[in-house]
Structure formats: structure tokens, C-alpha cells
Design a protein around this ligand. Structure first.
Ligand code: UGB
Length: 598
């Protein structure tokens, strides 16, 4: 009270609110006016920020926290009364007629889409010092994830406007959600690389803020252990993306511009865009308000399972059940083996890869009701079984895939299962943890993420008629992986199967020890027999036919030790690097027709 005169009237309101919320411990220790006044003002500036960043303000935050903490103390199961069952959705098989039909529909729709990348996470499991989107997706070309995503969106934009013969091509907006942990470095990565070819106005960065920590079951806010004038904060989770998009005003701008779809994706999946056209096609042709991308899932794999939950009161929803909750839920509802593989060798519940496609109109309608608030959860680490105190402060969290939880039963919620090899190879685990993954389960490491790109590209070319030699097995950083020829291409070379197929003809073959990088739109492979390294760069307007037998010593995948700190972290985390012994690199920087034959 003695310090009140230091505050603005709106800050006085906040102080009163904190007292009403049982939070007076936050300033009980404050000294007399005149001592540390600046810190006191800074404290209230932080409170104002915490208050405005949460839908419903701190009063709602504390109220929600009390309810969730009480439920957690009681051991209440959020899925009480719900019975899980395997939902039905669209299951795609790469390259068949159905897949091609959906891809074409998806490319057409892409010009009506906006993309949203959630990239606020630090990736503690990966233990990488930089931001994850700056990591190379593969080291043959060194393309980082962010570049790959941007070039994919641009390629899709071009393909979509060509298909619809648009006179003034639409620009696909790209939003990146960052956090204090990633914002400056993300912006720097974009700026120092000229936004990887995107117009800066096409990219919007939205920074998520952290939320207040809670020190006990009464939801008393925790002070920072190192600063008594600061409330301790922690990340609130990727679910923030919905309230941020809502409050940014972008959704209405997009609707007014005629957009129809918002696609959400995560930071380190180098395969994702191979699955985007077909999945967007599913959304469009099946009229899904919500479409979750999924893959086959091994039981107990650390990805959520897409599940139909039916409540005894008649409610029913198709929703992601997080991996740590699926097993207990199944056990509690008459499945004594819990989360187990069925006769296919996979869990019957498709694995959520957290790629969501939402129809914009119904999305705006829903957010107008909720303000973007997503069902939260709390995960306190209790000191003992009495559950009365915590080992360390906790906070509320939310996940973007929980968006459908508040939807009415009339909402059309579906999912699309895609071949794992085509769609999903995230980089989440550090080498040590990856090496401990049970045999048969995916490593989700930088090693497996890169090798998965070569495998997918090899499979795609095989489907397109190229003879690609079988892989060899090799161990890097303690992980056994299949090493396929290192085949990469820029998204502009081929984003859909039909497009890729149209660029391959005759008898083409690629040996296992080969490297092939296609960096340009019009590169046609005709009767090419490759045994070595071949890199082709072209500008738009240059059309190059590549054929004949190309043979050289090639690039060798050289094993390295991740503990060898003299090597860059980006390479160490994968346990190998490309030794460029010999290769053919050609660059065509003038428009025209060319032919490359040895
Ligand atoms: N992220 C943010 O942008 N902000 C945050 O506060 C936190 C994260 P993780 P997680 O792909 O297999 C998810 O940590 O949360 C971004 C799904 O919940 O990589 O453990 C972060 O930058 C799970 O159902 O994953 O698990 C990253 O881009 C399953 O689908 C993204 O959010 C799993 O991903 C995910 O963060 C998966």
C-alpha cells in the first residue's frame, strides 16, 4: 500500500487484482518507498504484460490453474468417462491414382492457403545450441529447415497459380511463431539470407510470451529465484499459436483476401512438404474443418495417437491423445495390454505428426467464441505422495492439436494417414538418447532425419521408374540407418509425384554410392546412369536434359565422432559428413535449352 503512489492508475488496478487473487505474497517483502522504486515499476510492467497476453487475463489464468491443480491433486483423469476407439480417416498410398487426384486438388487449393510454423521451442531433447530451423535438413546441399520450408511454399505458390492460370498470382502468407528463446535468431537467419527468396512482407513473425509459474496448489505465482521483482515464467506450449493468430488480426485479413486454409507445422521435419499437396487435397475434397496429418505409429512411440473418444453422455470427438496418456487410458477402458501393436506390427491408433490443416471460416468462427484459448493441462512434479508441494514451480501448458476439443459435434474433424517414409522424420533427439531408442522404433535424430530424406527421394524416383540401387546399413552415432544414394532436389524441381514423373524418362539408374542434387526447375533426367556425384544448378528459364553414363569417385559419407568438438555441432549431431572426393557440378545461369551428356 505504501508503494501505491509509484504506480499508474491501471497498475493500481492490477495490484488490487493480484491481492484479490490471493497473490499479495508477490510484494509483501517490498521495502519502503524510495528504495528500489524502478524495480517495483518494472514488476508491474511485467504483470501488465502477463495479464494482457493470456485470454481473460491473470484472473483467468489463476482460476484455470486452481481447477487444474485440484484435478491433478485428486488424480482426476481428463479422459474420465471417455472410451477410446480407432477412428476412420483417409489413408493414402503414395503414387496411386487416389493420391495423384488429391495432390492435384491440393496444388489447386494451395493459393488459398496460409502456412504457420510453430518454432518457439528450444528443443531441449535435441540439445542443439542454435535454433532448430537453422539446422541443415541434409548436408549434401546444406539447406537448413527454414530455407526448405520457404522454398517449398514458394514452389507451391508457383505451381498453384500455374495450374489455375491466374493472371495475378496470389502470395501465400507465411507466419512463424517464435518465442524469446528463438525470435532474434530466427529474424537474423531470415535477414542474413534475404528471406531465402521470399518477400519480407510475405513473412510474419509472431512471438509467444511465457506464462507465470505457480508455486503451490493454490496457484500462488512464483517469484524468480534470482530476482524478487520478477515473476518466474516458463513456456506455455505450441497451443499459443491460436490465440496469437487471433489477436494478430491476420485471420480476418486472410479471409478478406479470399483464403480458405491455414496449415500448421513443426520445426524439424524435412519430409513434410512431400505430404502437403495430397493432404490439402483431402481437406478440400472431404470438406474437413480440421484435418490432422498422421502416420503409422509404433506402440509407445513418443508421438500422440489420433483417437475417437466417446463419452458415456454421448459426446464424441476425434482428437490427439498424448503418448503418455494413451497407454493408461487404454488400460483403464478394458485393454489390459495398453498401448500395444496390433497384427500389422503398428499401434491401431494413427500417430499424430502435429501438422494440422484448418478451414479458415470455421476456424475464425470458433476463435471468436474462445478468443483462441486452448484446453490446458498442468504437470506438477510433486515432492511426495501427499501432493501438497512441488519439487519446482510449474505452469499451465497447451498444445496446438487440442484445438478441436472445444468444437461442436457438428464440426467435420478428420485425419489423413500418409506413408511414414514420405511424411515424417523429425529431428528431436540428441545422439545419446537416439541410440537408446528401442530397436525398431524411429530415432528421430539428425542422423535419421537426414537419411530419411535420401530414402524418401530414392523411393519417389523408384516409383517414377528410376532404378535406384538398394541401400547399405551403416551405424552413425550408435544408430543403425539405411544409407540410400544421397538424392536431393529443390522443391521447385518437383513437389508432386506427377511433376516429378514428368521429369524422368527412359532407363535411368542411380547407384548406392551416388550423390545427386537437382537445383533448378527444368532439369530432365533421360537415360541417365549415375555412379558418382552430380550437382546441377539452373536459373529459371534454363532447360537441361541430363543423360548418358556419368561416373566419378563421388562423395563419401564419412563417419565422425559426435564427441569430437573440433567438428561443427551441426555435423557432429548426425555422426557423418560428406567427403567430396570427386563430382560433376554444372551451372546453367542463362535461359535456354541445354543438354548434359558426358
Ligand atoms: N513449440 C513452440 O512453438 N512453442 C512452445 O512453447 C513449445 C514448442 P516439440 P512435443 O512431432 O512427434 C509434439 O517439443 O511438444 C514448437 C506433439 O505434441 O518438438 O513434445 C516447437 O518449436 C506430439 O503429439 O514436440 O510433441 C516445435 O516446432 C507429436 O506430434 C513444436 O512446437 C510430436 O510433436 C513441437 O514441439 C511429434
Amino acid at each position: 500500500v505504501k508503494n501505491l503512489h509509484l504506480l499508474h492508475p491501471d497498475q493500481i488496478e492490477l495490484a488490487k487484482m493480484l491481492v484479490d487473487l490471493g497473490q499479495s505474497h508477490l510484494f509483501q517483502h517490498w521495502p519502503e518507498p524510495g528504495v528500489e522504486d524502478e524495480q517495483k515499476k518494472a514488476f508491474f510492467a511485467q504483470v501488465a504484460k502477463l495479464n494482457s497476453n493470456y485470454p481473460g487475463g491473470l484472473a483467468s489464468y489463476v482460476k484455470n490453474a486452481r481447477e487444474l491443480l485440484a484435478d491433478s491433486k485428486e488424480g482426476k483423469n481428463p479422459y474420465d468417462g471417455f472410451t477410446p476407439s480407432v477412428p476412420t480417416g483417409e489413408v493414402l498410398s503414395f503414387g496411386d491414382n487416389n493420391f495423384i487426384k488429391f495432390e492435384e486438388a491440393g496444388v489447386k487449393e494451395a493459393q488459398n492457403a496460409a502456412f504457420v510454423l510453430v518454432a518457439g521451442g528450444l528443443g531441449e531433447r535435441l540439445g542443439y545450441n542454435g535454433i532448430k530451423v537453422a539446422l541443415p535438413a541434409e548436408t549434401t546441399t546444406g539447406t537448413c529447415f527454414l530455407q526448405l520450408y520457404i522454398e517449398s511454399i514458394l514452389a507451391l505458390q508457383g505451381a498453384s497459380s500455374r495450374l489455375s492460370h491466374a493472371t495475378s498470382p496470389k502470395v501465400i502468407p507465411f507466419v512463424i511463431m517464435t518465442s524469446d528463446d528463438t525470435h532474434a535468431r530466427t529474424l537474423d537467419l531470415l535477414e542474413s539470407n534475404s528471406y531465402f527468396g521470399m518477400k519480407p512482407t510475405q513473412v510474419h513473425l509472431l512471438k509467444q510470451e511465457k506464462v507465470a509459474c505457480l508455486e503451490d496448489n493454490d496457484a500462488r505465482l512464483a517469484l524468480d529465484p534470482h530476482d524478487k521483482y520478477k515473476i518466474q515464467t516458463k513456456p506455455h506450449g505450441h497451443g499459443d499459436v491460436h490465440s496469437l493468430l487471433y489477436s494478430s488480426g491476420l485471420l480476418n485479413v486472410w479471409r478478406d483476401a479470399g483464403l480458405r486454409w491455414v496449415l500448421f507445422f513443426q520445426d524439424t521435419n524435412g519430409l513434410l512438404f512431400k505430404a502437403i499437396p495430397a493432404s490439402l487435397g483431402v481437406s478440400a475434397l472431404k470438406h474437413y474443418h480440421v484435418n490432422s496429418l498422421a502416420v503409422q505409429r509404433k506402440a509407445k512411440e513418443a508421438i500422440g495417437g489420433i483417437t475417437r473418444l466417446t463419452h458415456s453422455d454421448g459426446r464424441s470427438m476425434v482428437i490427439n491423445v498424448e503418448y503418455n496418456q494413451l497407454d493408461p487410458l487404454l488400460r483403464a477402458t478394458g485393454h489390459p495390454d495398453g498401448d500395444a501393436n496390433c497384427e500389422t506390427g503398428y499401434s491401431p491408433f494413427p500417430g499424430n505428426i502435429n501438422q494440422l490443416i484448418l478451414e479458415l471460416g470455421p476456424y475464425i468462427e470458433e476463435l471468436t467464441k474462445t478468443g483462441g484459448a486452448i484446453k490446458e493441462f498442468v504437470n506438477p512434479k510433486y515432492k511426495d505422495a501427499s501432493k501438497t508441494s512441488f519439487k519446482s514451480s510449474t505452469r499451465l501448458e497447451c498444445m496446438m492439436q487440442d484445438y478441436p476439443k472445444t468444437l461442436p459435434p457438428s464440426a467435420r474433424v478428420g485425419f489423413t494417414v500418409i506413408d511414414t517414409w514420405l511424411a515424417y522424420a523429425p529431428v528431436k533427439n540428441n545422439p545419446e538418447d537416439a541410440a537408446k531408442v528401442p530397436k525398431g522404433n524411429p530415432y528421430h535424430s539428425a542422423t535419421s532425419g537426414e537419411m530419411a530424406i535420401y530414402r524418401a527421394n530414392s523411393h519417389i524416383l523408384q516409383k517414377a521408374g528410376v532404378q535406384v540401387e538398394d541401400p547399405v546399413k551403416q551405424v552413425f552415432n550408435g544408430q543403425e540407418v539405411e544409407v540410400w544414394p544421397r538424392i536431393t532436389w529443390k522443391p521447385i524441381w518437383g513437389l508432386t509425384f506427377a511433376e516429378i514423373k514428368s521429369k524422368v524418362s527412359g532407363n535411368c539408374s542411380i547407384s548406392q554410392r551416388s550423390t545427386l542434387a537437382l537445383k533448378g526447375r527444368s532439369i530432365l533426367l533421360q537415360n541417365l546412369s549415375l555412379d558418382g556425384a552430380l550437382i546441377i544448378n539452373t536459373v529459371d528459364g534454363a532447360k537441361v536434359k541430363v543423360g548418358g553414363s556419368i561416373q566419378n569417385k563421388g562423395w563419401i559419407v564419412e563417419s565422425i565422432d559426435y564427441k569430437d568438438t573440433s567438428i561443427a555441432e551441426e555435423l557432429r549431431t548426425r555422426g557423418f559428413r560428406m567427403k567430396k572426393v570427386e563430382g560433376l557440378e554444372e551451372t546453367y545461369n542463362q535461359p535456354g535449352e541445354f543438354s548434359l551428356k558426358p
